[in-house]
Ligand binder design. Structure first.
Ligand SMILES: Nc1nc2c(ncn2[C@@H]2O[C@H](COP(=O)(O)OP(=O)(O)OP(=O)(O)O)[C@@H](O)[C@H]2O)c(=O)[nH]1
Length: 732
């Protein structure tokens, strides 16, 4: 800065090889530079910017702070490290020096910087005279001090010395117009002082509050804005503000560069379709270059701001890449699960025991997953992979469990089918040739096969590391199965017992003699004896089929059968209902029928009926007509019940019973009506003995002839009704 046409632009152009507009010497002295101009110094390292300010007019004015002169001086002090002040040599020591008002302005605005930094004020004495600099300098400093003292200062800076705010330097140059060679030489010397001016001990003052070059443009704009608004300049706050804005800009730029980075887009696309080898390495490298790019650019900005913005950038980037990381982890998980299934399958088919294969494959695969997930780790993120790991472990366990269940059921069914094969045929053959040895042989076979199957299964189960209880349950179920096979076979054979008995009786023994030759009937044979032998042989077969004898217990079935069916028939010809019948009292099927026929409701239900139906009972008792109607109804129903043999019909199931009843119902009703009609006619003719057959029939059978014949046809196995049974037996 300096007075108008004091050769500022000329000096700057020579000093820094710049190209500021200079006044044309032939056009006369007039203002050339308007506003503030800026240029980069050529050939000076590190990058140095130089500003050429509009010249001051040298008049002392009481203008306010909005005057451009003051604003530009404040701007220069706020952004510059070194301020060159041009002054004429002959002005030194003069009361009316041209730059006195300028210096006053400089000192005043310095107070307006919220926290001023130490700026170098270099006084450049132009058109130096013969007076040596050593003599001029003290006079100049004295002038400066005087001006400093005369400037009104705020309370805080009342006693602050000038040196607190400024480094004062003084240089003198020969006249450019008269001693150009000297001028150029001296300027060249001065230029040397601008190399590395910001290095320690260099020409620049302290570097408090400076902003990095990348923030300069923004910072200069903001400072100028504040100055224009006539506000105080808070340089530290400004520094933070510039850092915030710039760091954010840098971070945003790095983020968008990352998003557009081909290496990243390729990686992101690839991971959609499957696992990508070296995913972690590639991603880390792209992230690393973004972050280090940020660090490089933001390094000179305020540390607090820089770190905070770095963290934000990091978070944004991680948010961007996390889905890719998750899908990569997902690929590893599903890939590992597939590998596990394959390896497990191979181990099992290679004959390895189940639990050892499960354990070994699971351990290997989990290690494989750990390795894989370590490879995809994003270094700056430290994301937790344990959830995915747990999921994999659960999937593996579930697979093991399902294979285990399948294998166990496969094993069980294989042993079962073996047992079935080993037991069915032989048991059938043994029952075919029923004899007293049949059941011991079946027992032996059953025991032998069961034992071998159980021990086989037990051996096979040893590879499954199962708890003893479950194992015992499985073995017991196999034993039950074996028993079931024998039982089913025996029942199946028992179903065919009638045919077999017949075969044995007639075909084998009755029609053949003891030498198995077809019998020739001569009339001399003892038919009774042959019949007895044949009958007892077939009863023998019946007794073999009659019960399951898987336990070694002595039973009386054969004896009972012969007593009831052979001996009884040979000794008694008349069976009475009062005679003890061992077959009827046995606990076989009849017992079940008896239970089925227990139609009475339980005692509590009877009690409930009595209590709840008390009113109805009383109504009935009070009105004898009701009672008579009910009694007649009861008689009718009972008659129908007996006629239709309802309990007998339903013995074979509800549907056949209903069908049979529906066919019998109408004829029976007709029969009853007919009967009643006949009864009615009988007294009219007053001759009961005219129809003795009808009378005797009705007397003997109570209700109807058709009844007795239908009861007879139902045979011994009809209901437990004793009367029915005896009448049927008599008919037989
Ligand atoms: N006497 C003298 N004249 C000089 C010197 N240096 C430059 N001049 C002359 O002064 C005149 C003004 O030069 P500029 O360099 O344009 O001066 P300025 O201070 O930049 O002028 P403004 O930008 O208008 O304030 C020119 O004619 C120069 O030749 C010098 O050292 N001594």
């Amino acid at each position: 800065m300096g007075p108008q046409s004091s050769g500022k632009s000329t000096l700057l152009n020579h000093l820094f090889n710049t190209n500021f507009r200079e006044m044309d010497a032939f056009k006369g002295r007039s203002q050339t530079t308007k506003g503030i101009w800026m240029a980069r110094c050529a050939g000076i390292e590190p990058c140095t910017l130089v500003m050429d300010l509009e010249g001051t007019d040298g008049r002392e004015r009481g203008e306010d702070d909005t005057a451009f002169e003051k604003q530009s001086a404040l701007f220069a002090l706020a952004v510059s490290d070194i301020v060159l002040i041009n002054m004429w040599c002959h002005d030194i020591g003069r009361e009316q020096a041209a730059n006195k008002p300028l210096l006053k302005t400089v000192f005043q605005v310095m107070m307006r910087l919220f926290s001023p930094r130490k700026t170098t004020l270099m006084f450049v004495i132009r058109d130096k005279t013969r007076t040596p600099l050593e003599n001029l300098e003290p006079v100049l400093r004295e002038d400066i001090q005087k001006i400093w003292d005369s400037v009104p200062k705020p309370e805080a800076h009342k006693e602050t010395p000038l040196s607190e705010f400024f480094n004062v330097e003084v240089v003198a140059l020969s006249s450019y117009e008269e001693k150009e060679e000297h001028f150029i030489e001296q300027v060249a010397n001065l230029r040397q002082r601008f190399f590395h001016s910001i290095a320690p001990g260099g020409l620049a003052g302290d570097r408090r509050g400076v902003v990095p070059a990348s923030g300069f443009s923004f910072s200069a704009h903001e400072i100028w804005k504040v100055i224009k608004e006539n506000k105080d300049l808070d340089l530290p706050a400004h520094k933070v503000m510039v850092a915030t804005v710039r760091c954010e800009e840098i971070a945003n730029e790095k983020y968008s560069n990352f998003v557009a980075n081909e290496r990243w887009t390729d990686l992101e696309e690839a991971v959609q379709s499957g696992p990508v080898s070296g995913f972690g390495k590639r991603l880390n490298s792209i992230l690393e270059s973004s972050m280090s790019g940020y660090d490089d650019e933001a390094v000179y900005f305020d540390e607090g701001v820089r770190t905070a913005k770095r963290k934000q950038l990091e978070e944004k980037l991680l948010q961007l890449v996390q889905p890719a990381f998750q899908s990569m982890l997902g690929h590893i998980r599903s890939g590992t699960l597939d590998k596990f299934k394959d390896a497990f399958d191979k181990s099992l088919s290679g004959g390895e025991a189940f639990s050892s294969a499960a354990h070994h494959c699971s351990t290997t695969c989990m290690a494989m997953f750990d390795e894989g997930s370590a490879d995809v780790t994003v270094e700056i993120a430290n994301w937790d992979t344990s959830k995915v790991r747990d999921k994999l472990q659960r999937d593996i366990d579930a697979h093991i469990a399902s294979v285990r269940a399948a294998k166990l059921s496969e094993l069980t069914s294989s042993f079962e089918s073996k047992l079935n094969e080993a037991l069915s045929g032989p048991v059938e053959a043994l029952l075919d040739g029923a004899s007293s040895e049949t059941w011991p042989a079946i027992r032996k076979l059953h025991q032998c096969e069961t034992e071998s199957a159980v021990s086989g299964l037990s051996d096979a189960l040893s590879g499954f590391e199962m708890d003893e209880e479950t194992k015992q349950k499985m073995l017991a179920s196999l034993e039950n199965y074996a028993r079931g096979v024998v039982e089913a076979k025996a029942k199946e054979e028992a179903g065919r017992v009638l045919i077999r008995m017949k075969e044995r009786w007639f075909t084998m023994l009755f029609s053949h003699d003891s030498d198995s030759m077809p019998r020739v009937w001569t009339g001399k044979e003892d038919i009774r004896a042959i019949t007895k032998t044949a009958r007892s042989a077939s009863l023998k077969l019946l007794s073999v089929m009659a019960a399951l004898r898987l336990e070694e217990e002595v039973d009386n079935i054969e004896k009972t059968l012969s007593a009831a069916l052979v001996d009884a028939t040979s000794t008694t010809t008349d069976k009475s209902i009062t005679k003890f019948d061992p077959l009827a009292s046995s606990t076989w099927e009849q017992e079940a029928n008896k239970r089925n026929n227990n139609w009475l409701p339980p005692p509590w239900a009877i009690a409930a009926l009595l209590i709840l139906g008390f009113n109805e009972f009383m109504t009935l008792l009070r009105n004898p007509l009701y009672l008579i109607i009910i009694f007649v109804g009861y008689l009718l129903v009972k008659a129908l019940w007996v006629q239709l043999d309802i309990s007998g019909e339903f013995r074979h199931g509800a549907l056949p019973g209903l069908l049979s009843l529906s066919t019998k119902f109408v004829p029976t009703i007709m029969n009853l009506i007919k009967k009643l009609a006949e009864e009615g006619q009988a007294p009219a003719t007053n001759d009961s003995h005219q129809n003795p057959a009808l009378a005797s029939k009705s007397n003997r059978n109570g209700v109807s002839t058709s009844d007795s014949s239908s009861s007879a046809s139902s045979g011994v196995t009809s209901s437990g009704n004793e009367t029915e049974y005896s009448s049927a037996s008599k008919d037989e």
